[in-house]
Every structure is written in structure tokens, then in C-alpha cells.
Ligand binder design. Structure first.
Ligand code: GLU
Length: 338
């Protein structure tokens, strides 16, 4: 019999009456009729009532504790389902993807509609997630996100709508598979694993994320450049394929002497470019001034990867390990695999 351990963290799936911390993990599972045996009776389900919070209040301390427990659970031969709010679900999934092996399937799910509202999607999402986590065919795919009967890779999964039950998409890639009649069907496999090597995640590392918008005079950037000791790294969510105003170039270039500065795109899909545009503030200019391209990683995920690398020896008294950080981002961009 397959074994699946369910970690409940709160979120909409447990938000009866609107309070994301209201229901216990056992009550969430009971909505699906799960007690000690799964819906089909072929899966042994163990519950870990881990946190009860709206997902916007999850901390890096919560997630590092979760990652440790998920790693132990997988090593003990059990599949894993993490149930949390959808607001930050993609970040939890990607953090786990960076630090946990998936010798057993690891799935993150949640709900868009409260359990007390018509059409609540929590039970269906949980059932699909359990089916994926119990299926040996879903091992070694990296961490998965399962909602609305779609199976997404953590590195691509993105909450793309505020209310739709089909909110999760994999922009620029597409889902790895679907769940049909309660069974996972795999369509694709990621070309490479996100987890390059044993990475750690130290909650004390500080990586800033700066999202650009038209007319930015650099006030927020100044908060980083004037007090670089506050941060270990910076991710810039730049315009288009990796562009910033010309007046950002000098401060960003100077900052690369102190900390890694990663260039991501705020567009939501597609990779950063390297040599299509050459004007001041273009991707070519910035990469030649020391910025590191995020490739296809969305800004919040680029921040997590940089954070994990800085937690795992990519920073020391002599500065940061630029080649190692660049190689880690390049690993996920698919170049050279074709
Ligand atoms: N979707 C939210 C979450 O991610 C709802 C909870 C809330 O903000 O109270 O947990």
C-alpha cells in the first residue's frame, strides 16, 4: 500500500468562514472523507498538522522546518502532500524543489474557494494531489504543484489569476501532466532537475527583490546601495527581456562589487536575453557590468535560488562565488540541452 504524508499549513482550503487558520488538518482531510485510509482505500495517509496560517504569513523559518521534515519523510519512503494557501504556494514548492530530493513524489496543493462556498475546490485538489503523491510514476520529477487536475513543475508553476480555480499555469512551458479519472497521466518530464546539488536554505540570508516600473527614479534601489550590509544579494525584476533605465546601470554595476545582482524579467514568462539589445540599461550592457541572468526563472523564484546558493557556500569572507551562482542559473535555462 502506498504511503502519503500530508502536511497542512492553513490557507483557503481551511478557511471556513474566511479565517485561513480556522480548520485543523484533520478537518481538512475529513472534507474529503480521509481518515486513515485514502479515498480509494489503497493509500495509507498520515497527517502532520504543521501550521495554521494564511500563506502570506509563512516565514522562511516555517519553510526550512517544513523542508527538513519533508526530506525526512521522503527518506522514510513516504510520498508527500503539502497543503497551503495558494498566494505563496509557488514559492513553497520551488524552495522545496531546491532542497529536497523526490525519490518519493512531493506535491503541493491548496484551494481557491473556501470550504463553505459553493463549488469548493479543496477536496478535488487534495484528492488529485494524493493520487499523484501515491503514484511511483511521479517520482524523480522534482516537486510538483497539483490543482484543477493539472500537474505542474514547481519551477514553472505560477498563480496567474486572483480567483479562478484554474489559476495555476506554467507560463512558457505548460503542465507536466494531468489527472484523469483520478489517475495521474504524465505528458512531459523536466529536462534537468532543479536540485543541482545538496542546497541549504538559511533563513538569516537576506536577498532583496526590486520590481521596476516606468518612471522609477531609483529611490528604492538607493535603500540597497546606501546600506549594502543589510543584504546579501539583489534580484532586479526588470522590464521586458532584462532592461532597466540608463540611470540604474552605474549603481547596479557598483553593487555587483559587493553582492550578487540577478537580472530577471517582470513579464511573467520567457527568458532574459543576453545580446539582442545594446543600449545603456539593456541586457547586454547589464550582463557586461556584472549582473547575472535569471534566464526563465520568475523574479520571486530567482530570489529563492539566489538565497539557497548564498546559504550553501556561495558567499564567504572574500566575497561571493559569481561563477557558481551564474552556473546554477544557467543550469535551469535549458541552453545546451537541445
Ligand atoms: N489565499 C490565501 C492564502 O494563501 C487566503 C488566506 C488569507 O489571506 O486569509 O492563504
Amino acid at each position: 500500500m502506498a504511503r502519503v504524508t500530508v502536511f497542512t499549513l492553513g490557507g483557503t482550503i481551511s478557511a471556513r468562514g474566511g479565517d485561513a487558520a480556522r480548520m485543523s488538518g484533520a478537518e481538512v482531510l475529513a472534507e474529503l472523507g480521509v481518515d486513515t485510509a485514502g479515498p480509494s482505500g489503497t493509500t495509507e495517509v498520515e497527517l502532520r498538522d504543521f501550521r495554521r496560517v494564511p500563506s502570506s504569513s509563512l516565514t522562511f523559518e516555517d519553510l526550512t522546518a517544513l523542508a527538513d521534515e519533508v526530506a525526512r519523510t521522503v527518506a522514510a519512503g513516504s510520498g508527500v502532500v503539502v497543503v497551503q494557501g495558494t498566494d505563496t504556494l509557488e514559492e513553497t514548492a520551488f524552495l522545496l524543489d531546491l532542497v529536497c530530493t523526490t525519490e518519493q513524489p512531493v506535491v503541493v496543493t491548496g484551494a481557491m474557494r473556501r470550504p463553505d462556498l459553493p463549488g469548493a475546490d479543496g477536496p478535488a485538489n487534495l484528492a488529485a494531489a494524493l493520487a499523484v503523491a501515491a503514484d511511483p510514476g511521479c517520482r524523480e520529477l522534482g516537486v510538483l504543484v497539483v490543482l484543477a487536475d493539472e500537474i505542474h513543475a514547481a519551477r514553472f508553476a505560477h498563480k496567474a489569476h486572483t480567483t479562478s480555480v484554474a489559476t495555476f499555469a506554467s507560463p512558457g512551458a505548460g503542465p507536466l501532466g494531468v489527472v484523469v479519472e483520478g489517475e495521474p497521466r504524465l505528458l512531459l518530464r523536466p529536462a534537468v532537475a532543479s536540485r543541482l546539488c545538496p542546497l541549504r536554505f538559511d533563513p538569516d540570508v537576506r536577498v532583496a527583490l526590486l520590481t521596476l516600473s516606468l518612471g522609477d527614479r531609483g529611490d528604492l534601489l538607493e535603500l540597497v546601495t546606501e546600506r549594502p550590509e543589510r543584504y546579501d544579494g539583489l534580484v532586479v525584476a526588470a522590464f521586458g527581456a532584462g532592461h532597466v533605465p540608463a540611470w540604474f546601470v552605474e549603481p547596479l554595476a557598483a553593487l555587483t562589487e559587493r553582492m550578487p545582482v540577478v537580472l530577471a524579467s517582470r513579464t511573467g514568462a520567457g527568458a532574459t536575453l543576453s545580446h539582442t539589445y545594446r543600449s545603456p540599461g539593456s541586457e547586454y550592457d547589464l550582463l557586461h557590468r556584472g549582473l547575472i541572468p535569471a534566464g526563465p526563472l520568475a523574479p520571486a523564484k530567482a530570489r529563492l535560488l539566489l538565497h539557497a546558493l548564498l546559504s550553501s557556500g556561495a558567499k564567504g569572507p572574500a566575497g561571493y562565488d559569481r561563477p557558481r551562482i551564474s552556473a546554477a542559473f544557467a543550469h535551469l535555462d535549458g541552453a545546451g540541452l537541445a
